[in-house]
Structure formats: structure tokens, C-alpha cells
Write a protein that binds this ligand. Structure first.
Ligand SMILES: Cc1cc2nc3c(=O)[nH]c(=O)nc-3n(C[C@H](O)[C@H](O)[C@H](O)COP(=O)(O)OP(=O)(O)OC[C@H]3O[C@@H](n4cnc5c(N)ncnc54)[C@H](O)[C@@H]3O)c2cc1C
Ligand code: SF4
Length: 477
């Protein structure tokens, strides 16, 4: 039965080209970056002092050789700069756009530390790769020789795709399974298009497909095919399924119409951006147009929701967070962007409940920061008698994500998980408790960053390559 369904999905995958976007044309890059960027990139790269203590590099999860590719950029040796930057990063154009650089490379630039403003490392990385696509310098995936070993990857997000890229370049037969109809994971359906243009993501997916990676889309592992079937089909398996269970809030009125989950809201918005018809968007359920929107949460997902609501034409957008600005988990740069766009942040505020059968308002309780908790963070405390109602027609809950219970969902005994439900995997080899099964990205780390998923995927691919090569040697002996 599962086999028949699989055939259907393979057919869907073959039909995929009609969903492929037109490749980015020269004019597109020209419009976005143009000659100005070439000069700007060189000027910015020239600001790097070559300090000799590259904290930028050590704070980049991929340990990109930033000082050297900045030097090459400043000297106008752009192709060499690109080659160096892509040597350690599978998707530099994506990281350049959406890494929280203020917490990673740029935040640790010594020029930033000395108060003179960081070298804009992310923008230069983005520019170099976009320009390299334009110039035809991005090498297609052409393995020197085909190999017989096959690897199944569950999850087409950045973790799975980074591994697919590395393995395919070595000639391994790679099949990527994903329950969505498009590959990319949160790059495609989570992160909004104004932060990460979808053509940029689709271009990479087209490159992987053209390089021989087989995508089986619309295939929910555990429903359309079992995990054991995937294991039986391949010599090794990588689990890169991310974390998708939204954290809920227990509060009176939480089930009211008009209270929605961030992932549903952002997915609908991204689908509309692709030109899909989304019933819940058409009906207004997942559309902020003309509404007073309140987003609850202080992470990057909340920032994406408020900025999406602004673009959809909300009449007002407020963000409630129970701690203050200095203690929020989201990027300060994103808060500044949102404020510039007219979003109002209501710090030290938490929802106590919701008014209306169709939501009319959020009952807000004011908070103050009390004594530090076990982690050293100041715990928010309620200020009694300071409650008020924040009017709202649409409330978006952005309280974070947790892993799904994969061993139960997939009926897999022996797949060990942590007490948080993430998969237990060796932090270096990414091997799980099951022979030949590896795991990478958010499903191991919990909700994290694209750049960490890429690093995990690349490292897991190395271990998988060693594992399947060992198997091939044993078979030959
Ligand atoms: C709204 C939002 C905004 C974000 N913004 C940023 C940002 O600006 N910068 C940044 O660095 N990070 C950001 N992140 C975090 C980042 O997107 C993730 O850390 C990263 O995508 C994790 O990659 P992954 O490959 O582990 O998982 P994912 O990208 O989640 O991909 C997992 C894939 O597995 C598939 N899958 C799951 N279960 C199954 C199954 N049973 N069968 C088949 N397929 C399955 C899913 O459909 C999905 O395609 C954001 C996250 C969110 C939610
Ligand atoms: S991958 Fe991210 S952290 Fe590393 S250099 Fe690029 S933008 Fe900075």
C-alpha cells in the first residue's frame, strides 16, 4: 500500500518543473544590487582591519574564512572571494540574507567592538554569491563518478539539503523526502519573502535537482511511507525534520476564532507569495488586511509575524512580550526594523485571556522583572491590579516550537530522544541510537538557526559518507 502511494509521489516530483521559478535573470540581480553593490562591497570589505584575531570567524558556526574573502573582495578578486566563501558554506547567499549577524560574525567584528560600526559581512557574502550565480561561477553538481550507495534524507530544510548537496557531489544516490509540496523547509514556508526571496531558495533546489538529487515531495513519513520502509530502501538515513509543534498557551478564551498559530499564518502568507490559492487567506482567517493585529512572543518568529502583518495592510500591529527589550530572545536588528515599519512593542506584558467568541481583545497583565531564575535570567512577575484590554481582531501566537514525538509518530523503537523530545545524536558524527541513522538541524538542537542546520547537515554528510563507504568495503571483501 505504502509502495503504491510512493509511486504517486514520485510522479508528483516529476511534475515539479512547472513549479520551478524562472532562474534569476541578470536584470533581477542588477535591480537589487547593481554596480553600486560592487563598489559598496569593496569599500566595506576594505574596512576590515585584518586584525589577526578573527572573532568574526570563530563566531560564525561554519567558521567561514571571513578575513581572507574580505581581503580578496577589497582587491577586486571576486571569483576567488566567492570560491573561498562557498568552500565552507553550502548556501552563502541564504546565510548572507538571514543569519542574525548581530549575534554572530558582525557582532564580534573588532571594528564593531571598537565602536566604529561593523564590516557588513553578511551583505558582502550575499553579494558575492548572487553575483557568482549571475556570472555563471556557481559550479553545477557533477560528481566525478557515480556510486551505488544510496542515502534517504527525511526533511528538505537547510539541514537536509546541505547534506544532500555534500553527498551528491561525492556521487552518492540521494533521495530527499518531504511532506510539503515544495522543498526548502522553513526557508520556503517559514521565513517571509521580504527577508529571503523565494527565487533564491528555489534556485538552489533546482541546482540540487539538476545535480541528480531525487525529491519525493508531498510524502509525509509515518503516513505515506513508514520509517522502516525508508531504512530498508537506503544504506543510510538522515532525519532532518525540524521542529513544528507550536507551544500553546492555556488561558481563558484561547480557542476563540481569530487566534491563530504563527506557523499557519506565515505558511499561508508564503504560499500566497508563490501564487497559491489559500482558502484561509481568502476568507480572512489568516490575513491581517484591515485588522488590529496583536502578536504574542518576543522571538524572531514573532518579528516575522509583525512585519508580515504590516505588509498585509493591518490597521495596527502590536507585539506583546513578557520581558523587556534587553531580555527578548529575538534579534535587536529585527526589532529596530519592525519599529521603523510602525510596529508597537508592548514590553513587560503577558496575555491573561482573550475576549470575544471571535476575538475582540487580549486581556493583558503587566509584568516586572524579578529575581533571576535557575538560568540566571530575571523571571517576569505579575503586577497585580494593572490589567487592561488590548483591542485585537487577529491574534498571532508566536510562542516557539517543540519537536513532534517522532518515535511514537513513526512507530520506531530504539530511536532515543532527549527529555525535550529532540533526537539524541552524537554532537560531532550526528549518529543516532539506530545503526546507519543520523540526525541534523532543529530536530536535534531544538528551534535554532539556518546556519547551524547547514553545519549539522554538512557534518552528518561526512559521517554518512564514511559509514556507507565502510559498508561498501565490507561488501567487496
Ligand atoms: C518563522 C521563522 C523564521 C525564522 N527566521 C530565521 C532567520 O531569519 N534566520 C535563521 O538563521 N533562522 C531562522 N529561523 C530558524 C530556521 O528556519 C531553522 O532553524 C532551520 O530552518 C532548521 O532547519 P532544519 O533543516 O533543521 O528544519 P526545517 O527547515 O524545519 O525543515 C524540516 C523539513 O522536514 C519536513 N518534515 C518534517 N516532518 C516530516 C515528515 N514526517 N515527513 C516528511 N517530511 C517532514 C518539513 O516539512 C520541513 O520541510 C526561523 C524559523 C521560523 C519558524
Ligand atoms: S554564515 Fe552567517 S555567521 Fe557565518 S559569516 Fe555568513 S552571515 Fe556571518
Amino acid at each position: 500500500m505504502a509502495k503504491q502511494r510512493m509511486l504517486k509521489f514520485v510522479t508528483v516530483e516529476r511534475d515539479m518543473p512547472e513549479k520551478r521559478p524562472p532562474s534569476l535573470r541578470k536584470a533581477d540581480f542588477g535591480e537589487i544590487y547593481g554596480e553600486y553593490a560592487r563598489e559598496k562591497a569593496a569599500e566595506q570589505a576594505g574596512r576590515c582591519s585584518q586584525c589577526g584575531v578573527p572573532y568574526c570567524q570563530s563566531h560564525c558556526p561554519l567558521h567561514n574564512n571571513i578575513p581572507d574573502w574580505l581581503k580578496l573582495t577589497a582587491e577586486g578578486r571576486l571569483r576567488e572571494a566567492y570560491e573561498l566563501s562557498q568552500a565552507t558554506n553550502t548556501f552563502p547567499e541564504i546565510c548572507g540574507r538571514i543569519c542574525p549577524q548581530d549575534r554572530l560574525c558582525e557582532g564580534n567584528c573588532v571594528i564593531e567592538q571598537s565602536g566604529h560600526g561593523t564590516v557588513t559581512i553578511g551583505s558582502i557574502e550575499k553579494y558575492l554569491t548572487d553575483m557568482s550565480f549571475e556570472e555563471g561561477w556557481v559550479a553545477p553538481i557533477r560528481p566525478a563518478a557515480e556510486r551505488t550507495e544510496s542515502v534517504g534524507i527525511i526533511g528538505a530544510g537547510p539541514g537536509g539539503l546541505a547534506a544532500a548537496d555534500m553527498l551528491r557531489r561525492q556521487g552518492i544516490q540521494v533521495t530527499v523526502y518531504d511532506r510539503y509540496d515544495r522543498a526548502g523547509g522553513l526557508l520556503t514556508y517559514g521565513i517571509p519573502g521580504f527577508k529571503l526571496e523565494k527565487d533564491v531558495v528555489m534556485l538552489r533546489i533546482a541546482q540540487l535537482r539538476d545535480g541528480g538529487v531525487n525529491f519525493v515531495l508531498g510524502c509525509d513519513v509515518g503516513v505515506d511511507i513508514t520509517f522502516d520502509e525508508i531504512r530498508a530502501k537506503h544504506d543510510a538515513v538522515l532525519i532532518a525534520t525540524g521542529v513544528y509543534k507550536s507551544r500553546d498557551l492555556q488561558a481563558p478564551g484561547v480557542g476563540a476564532k481569530g487566534i491563530v498559530r504563527a506557523i499557519d499564518y506565515l505558511t499561508a502568507s508564503n504560499r500566497v507569495g508563490f501564487g497559491d490559492t489559500v482558502a484561509e487567506f481568502e476568507s480572512g482567517e489568516l490575513n491581517a488586511s484591515g485588522k488590529r493585529v496583536v502578536v504574542i512572543g518576543g522571538g524572531d518568529t514573532a518579528m516575522d509575524c509583525v512585519r508580515t502583518a504590516v505588509r498585509q495592510g493591518a490597521t495596527s500591529v502590536k507585539c506583546l512580550y513578557r520581558r523587556d527589550r534587553a531580555n527578548m530572545p529575538g534579534s535587536q536588528r529585527e526589532v529596530a526594523n519592525a519599529e521603523e515599519e510602525g510596529v508597537e512593542f508592548v514590553w513587560l506584558s503577558a496575555p491573561r485571556g482573550f475576549a470575544g467568541e471571535t476575538v475582540e481583545g487580549v486581556m493583558v497583565q503587566r509584568m516586572r522583572l524579578g529575581a533571576p531564575d535557575a538560568t540566571g535570567r530575571q523571571a517576569p512577575e505579575i503586577i497585580e491590579g494593572a490589567d487592561y484590554v488590548e483591542d485585537a481582531d487577529l491574534v498571532v501566537m508566536a510562542l516557539g516550537f517543540e519537536p513532534e514525538d517522532l518515535p511514537k509518530l513513526w512507530g520506531v523503537e530504539g530511536l532515543e530522544v532527549t527529555r525535550w523530545g529532540t533526537i539524541k545524536a552524537d554532537f560531532r558524527s550526528h549518529a543516532t541510537s539506530l545503526e546507519g541513522v543520523y540526525a541534523a538541524g532543529d530536530i536535534v538542537r531544538g528551534a535554532s538557526l539556518v546556519v547551524w542546520a547547514i553545519r549539522d547537515g554538512r557534518e552528518a554528510a561526512e559521517s554518512i559518507l564514511a559509514y556507507v563507504s565502510q559498508g561498501a568495503r565490507v561488501a567487496a571483501e
